[in-house]
Every structure is written in structure tokens, then in C-alpha cells.
Design a protein around this ligand. Sequence first.
Ligand code: SAH
Ligand code: SF4
Length: 375
Amino acid sequence: MPPPPPDPVARLPEEWADVLREWGQPAFRAKQVFQWIHGRGVLDPEAMTNLPKALRARLAEEGLAPPLTVAARHRSEDGTQKLLLALPDGRTIESVLIPQGSSGAEDPIGGDEPEPGTRPVTQCISTQVGCAMGCVFCASGMAGLKRHLTAGEILAQVTLGRDLVDEGDRLRNIVLMGMGEPLHNYDAVARALRLMFRADGLGFGTRRVTLSTSGLIPEIDKLGEDFEGKVNLAISLHVPDDARRSELMPINRRYPLADLMEALRRYPLPPRRRITIEYTLVKGYNDTLADADALARLLGKLRAKVNLIPMNPVPDNPLGPPPWSVVEAFHDRLWERGVSTFVRRRKGDDIAAACGQLALAGETKKIRVALPVTS
Ligand code: SAH
Ligand code: SF4
């Protein structure tokens, strides 16, 4: 059996059992420790009041501690919260709590808005500090990869988020759409997902967790196999042809569209589920009706729905969103072609909280790839 991971926050109950047996502890302690961390979100051993003092001290000595601290917490008028979280090495990541009916929530245009205090909340979490993929419209991509997050750092965003939702609201959905490319950090992400799904821990149903990727084909296959297709998949497609997609998303040179579409067709989707296709509309670049037609053709019979995201402006980046009328026309054209399409709404802009455009304060550099920008 492989040794338990060094990161105590990311240990499964059976791994805790091995560790605690070595420490001479009775078997039931493993469940208790796991329950504190994952069931109750208590990551500081001092606060684990039903454990003997000596065990609490040992847990602290062996490195069990909250891996994240809240460095800043911004709230927008609609209840969206953006959390700036500090890691043990001083780097920061962001995570966003999005109540249904607000900001980046993926509702159809004109969905009903539940009252504050009763809302299901979606949390957007990060998987890396920065990102190596270099997509030209993305703040994380402009920053480059600083480091991978550990499974514990990914998971602790969720235990923290669950505590920080407004009273009465409930954390229901997790989207891996914050900073970073989740499939570039596969092992840590897979472990964090496994932990989130544990019924004796956080207890998320698989349909409540969505992983967004720029399209790393071998890892899409692996995810499908490891989780039997139960992790919802969102694909950042953005451009329906290889030449322009490679300009916007360098990863397309390695994994071009035809291969990506093949991978999506073989993803073991459970019945009645669909793959989400993310399409960030960039003004004058990928926003014509011909693009909508090409997208519809590309998707063909794939069980998919499209999320249109008007690009959020990024500092030092000349690209931006098209006017609303263009977004609407694109949306309508896709429906005419039989493609279910939704627009991600953008309230909460006052704190630039919309998920998927989280900046690395002070760490971005100027855009590297010149694109034609029309007005
Ligand atoms: N790396 C993964 C997940 C994080 S990005 C991925 O690329 O899918 C989450 C989503 O936000 C992606 O669809 C990404 O393309 C989109 N996004 C990034 N920057 C954006 C911006 N400035 N405006 C709108 N969407 C953006
Ligand atoms: Fe990375 Fe996703 Fe941003 Fe591309 S869009 S640079 S893959 S975080």
C-alpha cells in the first residue's frame, strides 16, 4: 500500500487509520479526526475537543493546520463573495461564493432569483497559483504558473466556503473554474474530488461538482475513467476553428479541436447529463453569426449545452466583451441551430468577482500574443 500523503488535510479515513495505528491510537480515532476536518471544517487540532491532549499535540507536530487564511473578503451587492486566501508560503489564491441568481451563476437568461438566506450557493475554487496554459484573455494565463496547489489547499477552500456562506444559504455546488488548469494538477485535484465526494466527509453528490478544462485530452480520458464520467465536465472551447483557437489558447496546438471533440464523444457521460461548452465572447474576434454557425456544426450531436461568457476586461489586456446586442444575437443563433445556450450573467462586477477571471494581484505581465482587435 502506498504511504499516506504527507498533507494531513488530504488524508482519507483509511489512511488516517494507518497513521493513527502507528501512533498507538485506537481505531475509532481515525473517524473522529476525519470528521473534524471534513465533516465540521475544523482544521486546527487544538479545537478538536473530543481528542486527548497528547493526540492533539501530535497532530499539530505532524503538520495538521489550516492551510489557508482569509486575507480579504469582498462582498458585492447581490451577495457574491470574493475571498482572497493566503497560502502557507505567502502566495494568494482566490475563491468566489456565488448565490444562485447572482453574478456568475449559470442560469438561463431571466431565471428566478431566490431570496437571500435561502439560496443554494456555488463555490468557484482554484487549483493552481497562476496557470501555465497562457490563454490570452485570462488573468491567470497572463501570470504564468507559480505553483500547483496541494490537495489539502484545494479542499480547504471548500471547508472554508461552507462556513462563510450567508446564514440560511447552503453551499450546494462546486466548480473548478478559479485560477489554474485543474487537469494540469491532476493527482492533487483527483484526490480533492475524491474527498469532496466522501459521504462521511463533505458529502457532495457527483452531479454537484463541475471541472472546467482548456482541453488536456489524456487527463480528460483519465478523469472519465477514474470517476466513471460522474464529474461534470466543462470545456473551454471559445473558438470553433483551429487557426484562431491556437492564437487564443496555445494548448490547441497540442490538442486540436478534432481530437478534443473525439475525446468529448468518448467521455462516459451518465444518462441525461450534458457536457458544458464554455464560450467566452471576445469583441471582434469570435463573436460573429458565422462563428455561431461553425460552433453549432462542430458540436453536432454531442450532448452539450453552451455557456456564453462575455469576456471580462483584464488590466493591461486590450481584449474585451462585445456589446450586449451581439451576445444576444449569438445566443439566439445557437438556439435556432438547436443548441441549448445560456448566458452567464455578470452582476457582481463591482468586485470583479465573476468566476473564471480571477487575477493575481501584482503578478500579471503584459499580454504576449498580439491579436487583431477590432472596434
Ligand atoms: N483552466 C480552466 C478553468 C479555469 S478558467 C479552463 O480554462 O477551463 C474558467 C473559465 O473562465 C474558462 O472557461 C476560461 O476560459 C474563462 N475565462 C478566463 N478569463 C476570462 C475572462 N477574462 N473573461 C471571461 N471568461 C474568462
Ligand atoms: Fe489557464 Fe483556464 Fe486561464 Fe487558460 S483560461 S490560462 S487554462 S486558467
